[in-house]
Design a protein. Structure first.
Length: 746
C-alpha cells in the first residue's frame, strides 16, 4: 500500500487554519509592532483603546510573524490574497498553505536571476527573517517572566497560532536550506578566490531551529496510537515531517498497547519471559521445538570452541541435529576478505548473534557484537509492500525498531550491510538512501522527500548510521593522540568525533529502555570502548564513570553544559544523563583532558574573597586595569539542571573550608535585560559559567569541585553597582585568573 498523500501532490503539505488577526498592511516587518502600538518586550499593546490579553497578543503575532514574514523575507507582494480565503462553511477567512509552493518557486526564480552577491544577500535576509520569528516565539527578548505567553499555559488559540507559524517557518526553512550549501558554496569559493575579493562574500548557512509544536497534534498522536516515548521524541521534530508521519495509515499498533509506558520507558512490546511461549507467526503451525543437547553446547564452550549445528537429512527426511565444535582459527566466516565483501570463500556456518523482532530477543545485559549484516525485522514494516523509498523511510521512523535504545547499535555498528525486510522483498537501506539523495538533489522533489532523505542518513528524528559513523568510531578506538597524524587531519577527525558523540548522546537519550543503565552499554559499544569495564560499574552512575574513564580528550566547554552532573567526585564535570547538547563544540587549542582527578581545562575565572550567604549575589571583579560588575545567579532552574536552592547553598558553604571561585566560558554570550532599582531595565551580557569550590592549588593548577551552573550577567559598566536591583551586598573578587589558568574540575 503506497502512501503518497503528502509526497507528490504538492510541494508543501496543505493545511488551513482559522484567521484571527488582521490583514497585512504592506509596511515593513520590523516596524509593524510600532504601527500597531505593540511592545514585543512586554507582549502587550500600549494603546489605551486596545484590548490586552494573551489571545489578543496571539492574534497580533499571527499577522506579524506569518503574513509579515512571507512579505518581508520571501518577497510576497500581497500575502493577504495568497494566504487568506473565505471559508463558506464557517463564514469567515482562513489561512491556507495551498499557494505556498508557488510563493517559494517565485522566490527561487528571483534568486536564480540575481548576480551572486545579491543572491547571497537575499539568502542571508531570508535566514534572518526566520531567526527573528524563532527568537520572538522563544521569548528571548522578554525580560519579565510575568510577560511570557508562549512558555506555559498557552490557550488553544495560542497553540493553533504557534503551530501555524512554526509549520510555515519549518517549510520555508527547508526551501532556504536547499539553496545553501553545495548549491552555492562552490560559486562563492570561486568568486572569493580573486585576491581583490578575499572573503568578500560569506557562506550562507541555514541553522537548525527547534520549533515547539505544543499540543496541537496531541489528538492526532493519540489516534495514531503513539507511545509516550515517541510523543516526547516528537517535541522537537520538524512540524512538517511529523504531520507526514501521523498521516501514514495502517500500522500494527493496537489500543492500550502503550498504556503503561512513560516518556522514557516503552514496555508496549515487552513480554513475560516466564510465561511466553515461542511460536511461529502462523498461529495454526503445530511444529515441535527442536534443538541440540544443551550439555553438548556447554561442553563445547568450556573447551574453548565455537558450537555449530549440523543438521542431518537422510533421503530427504530430517533426522536430527548435533553440535559440532569449531575451533576459533577455523571460523573463516569472520575473516575479512575485500573480494568477498566481508564473507570468506568457505561458509562453514552463520552465527545469529542477536535477534530483534517487535520486542523479543536478547533481554539480558550482554551487548551486540559487531555484526557483518543486520536485517530489520519489524512487523509494522514487514507487513507492507513498498515501491517508493519515501514511505519505506517513514515506516521505519514509526517502527518499534526506531524506538529502542538497543537497536540503535544495529543501525550504527552493523554498517557493512543494513537490510530491511518487507512483505515481498529485502531492501538494501544504503541503496534506498542513495536513491533518495539523487532524486532530491537532481529533481524538484517535495519537502517531505527532502526531510526523509535527511532522516535516512543522519536526520533529526534519530536515525543514525550511514554517514561515516563507523570510521569515526574506529578512529576514536585508536586513541585521539595519534602522533602519526598531521595537525590538520587530527583536528578534522577530532571535530568529527565530537560532533558524532554529541549526536549520539541525543539519540541514546531519546530512545526507550526498561533499564536506564543500558544506555551506557549502548554508548560504550558504539564508541568501541571496553564494555567489560562498564559492566563492572554499579548501576547507571557506575557505568557512566567507567565509560568516562576511557575517554582521553573531550570538549572543555562540557563543564558549562546544562543538565544534572555525575554525582561522583572527579566526574562532576560531565553530564549524568544522555541528552541534547551534552558536550558542546571542540576547541582543538583548548581540549578538556580527562584525568583521574577531574577534567583539566583552561578558562578565565576569579576567586571570591568571601562566601556569599545566598546563591544569587553581585560581585565586583577588580584587576589591575579594570573593574567589571556582575550579577551571579546559581539558582536559575530553567534548562540548567544543576542549580542551587538556598538550602543547597548552605550545604556548599558549610562543606568547603576553602574559597569558592567562578570559572567563566570564553564563548560569546547574549544580551538580556536586568532590573534597575528605579523600576527600569538595562541590557546586560549574559555568560555561561560554573561555581566551583577549591580543594587545593598546586604548581599553578587549581583543583576544584563542580558545584553549580551559573549565569553571569555583566553590567554595561562598574557604575551600575548602585543602580542594579540586588538582594545581597556586593562581593569583591580581586584574585582574577586569565584564560590560560588551568583548572582541574572534579
Amino acid at each position: 500500500m503506497e502512501h503518497l498523500l503528502l509526497v507528490d501532490d504538492t510541494l508543501f503539505p496543505p493545511f488551513t487554519f482559522p484567521f484571527v488577526g488582521e490583514k497585512w498592511d504592506g509596511g515593513s516587518f520590523d516596524e509593524y509592532p510600532k504601527r500597531r502600538q505593540f511592545d514585543p518586550t512586554t507582549q502587550k499593546f500600549y494603546a489605551e483603546d486596545v484590548e490586552n490579553s494573551p489571545d489578543a497578543s496571539y492574534a497580533f503575532y499571527q499577522t506579524w510573524l506569518y503574513l509579515g514574514l512571507v512579505s518581508d523575507a520571501f518577497n510576497c507582494e500581497n500575502p493577504n490574497e495568497v494566504f487568506l480565503k473565505q471559508d463558506d462553511a464557517i463564514g469567515s477567512l482562513v489561512f491556507t498553505t495551498e499557494n505556498l509552493g508557488s510563493v517559494v518557486d517565485s522566490w527561487k526564480e528571483g534568486l536564480n536571476s540575481m548576480d551572486l552577491p545579491d543572491k547571497v544577500s537575499e539568502l542571508l535576509r531570508a535566514i534572518q527573517g526566520i531567526r527573528k520569528v524563532h527568537q520572538q516565539l522563544e521569548e528571548i527578548n522578554v525580560p519579565n517572566g510575568g510577560d511570557l505567553i508562549w512558555a506555559e499555559n498557552v490557550s488553544p488559540l495560542g497553540e493553533m497560532v504557534r503551530f501555524a507559524i512554526t509549520l510555515l517557518c519549518d517549510a520555508l526553512g527547508y526551501s532556504i536550506s536547499s539553496m545553501c550549501g553545495p548549491n552555492i558554496d562552490p560559486q562563492i569559493e570561486k568568486y572569493n578566490s580573486k585576491w581583490s575579493r578575499e572573503d568578500e562574500l560569506p557562506y550562507p548557512d541555514y541553522p537548525y531551529f527547534r520549533w515547539r509544536i505544543g499540543n496541537v497534534l496531541d489528538e492526532a498522536m493519540d489516534r495514531a496510537l503513539l507511545c509516550p516515548v515517541e510523543k516526547e521524541q516528537s517535541a522537537d521534530s520538524s512540524p512538517a515531517f511529523l504531520c507526514y508521519l501521523l498521516s501514514l495509515p495502517g500500522t500494527n499498533r493496537y489500543p492500550g498497547q502503550h498504556d503503561n509506558c512513560s516518556k522514557t520507558h516503552c514496555v508496549g512490546n515487552n513480554i513475560d519471559e516466564a510465561t511466553y511461549v515461542t511460536k511461529h507467526v502462523d498461529e495454526d503451525c503445530g511444529c515441535e521445538h527442536d534443538g541440540p543437547d544443551i550439555e553438548d553446547v556447554k561442553k563445547c564452550l568450556r573447551d574453548g570452541n565455537i558450537p555449530s549445528l549440523v543438521v542431518s537429512i537422510v533421503d530427504g527426511e530430517y533426522v536430527g541435529m548435533k553440535v559440532k565444535p569449531q575451533k576459533v582459527e577455523q571460523a573463516s566466516i569472520w575473516r575479512f576478505h575485500q573480494s568477498k565483501s566481508g564473507i570468506a570463500k568457505s561458509l562453514d556456518y552463520v552465527a545469529l548473534s542477536h535477534v530483534w523482532s517487535d520486542g523479543l530477543g536478547n533481554p539480558t545485559a550482554n551487548t551486540l557484537p559487531r555484526s557483518r549484516y543486520v536485517m530489520i525485522l519489524d512487523a509494522s514494516v514487514a507487513r507492507h509492500r513498498f515501491s517508493t523509498d519515501e514511505e519505506l523511510m517513514g515506516r521505519i521512523v514509526l517502527s518499534t525498531w526506531m524506538r529502542r535504545v538497543w537497536t540503535l547499535q544495529e543501525a550504527i555498528i552493523g554498517m557493512e550491510k543494513l537490510s530491511i525486510c518487507t512483505q515481498d522483498q529485502v531492501i538494501d537501506h544504503t541503496d534506498a538512501v542513495e536513491r533518495l539523495r539523487i532524486a532530491v538533489n537532481e529533481g524538484d522533489r517535495s519537502l517531505i522527500n527532502g526531510v526523509l532523505e535527511s532522516v535516512a542518513i543522519l536526520g533529526d528524528d534519530g536515525f543514525a548510521g550511514l554517514n561515516g559513523a563507523v570510521s569515526i568510531m574506529e578512529y576514536n578506538a585508536k586513541g585521539l593522540r595519534d602522533s602519526g597524524q598531521g595537525r590538520k587531519q587530527k583536528k578534522l577527525e577530532q571535530e568529527q568525533f565530537v560532533l558524532f558523540m554529541e549526536y549520539l548522546w541525543t539519540l541514546i537519550g531519546r530512545r526507550a529502555t526498561t533499564k536506564e543503565e543500558d544506555r551506557v552499554l549502548v554508548a560504550c559499544n558504539i564508541m568501541f570502548k571496553d564494555v567489560g569495564k562498564v559492566l563492572k560499574g554499579d548501576g547507571h552512575t557506575g557505568r557512566m564513570t567507567a565509560l568516562l574513564d576511557q575517554l582521553e580528550e573531550v570538549p572543555a566547554g562540557v563543564i558549562f553544559r546544562s543538565g544534572e552532573r555525575v554525582p561522583v567526585d572527579g566526574y562532576r564535570w560531565a553530564g549524568h544523563n544522555f541528552k541534547l547538547s551534552s558536550w558542546g563544540r571542540f576547541d582543538f587549542d583548548n581540549p578538556g583532558i580527562v584525568t583521574p582527578q577531574g577534567l583539566l581545562v583552561k578558562f578565565p575565572g576569579f576567586i571570591l574573597s568571601e562566601k556569599p550567604s545566598k546563591p544569587d549575589f553581585p560581585v565586583m571583579v577588580e584587576s589591575a586595569d579594570s573593574k567589571v560588575f556582575y550579577l551571579v545567579t546559581c539558582s536559575y532552574q530553567q534548562n540548567t539542571g544543576q542549580y542551587l536552592t538556598p538550602q543547597a547553598w548552605s550545604e556548599v558553604v558549610e562543606r568547603n573550608s576553602n574559597n569558592l571561585a567562578i570559572i567563566r566560558s570564553d564563548g560569546a554570550g547574549f544580551t538580556h535585560s536586568m532590573n534597575l532599582n528605579d523600576g527600569g531595565m538595562v541590557p546586560c551580557k549574559q555568560i555561561r559559567a560554573i561555581l566551583v569550590s577549591i580543594t587545593q592549588e598546586d604548581g599553578g593548577r587549581i583543583y576544584c569541585r563542580h558545584e553549580s551552573f551559573v549565569w553571569l550577567s555583566e553590567a554595561p559598566g562598574p557604575e551600575y553597582e548602585s543602580l542594579l536591583y540586588t538582594t545581597h551586598p556586593t562581593v569583591v573578587a580581586e584574585d582574577v585568573r586569565p584564560g590560560s589558568q588551568q583548572w582541574c574540575v572534579g
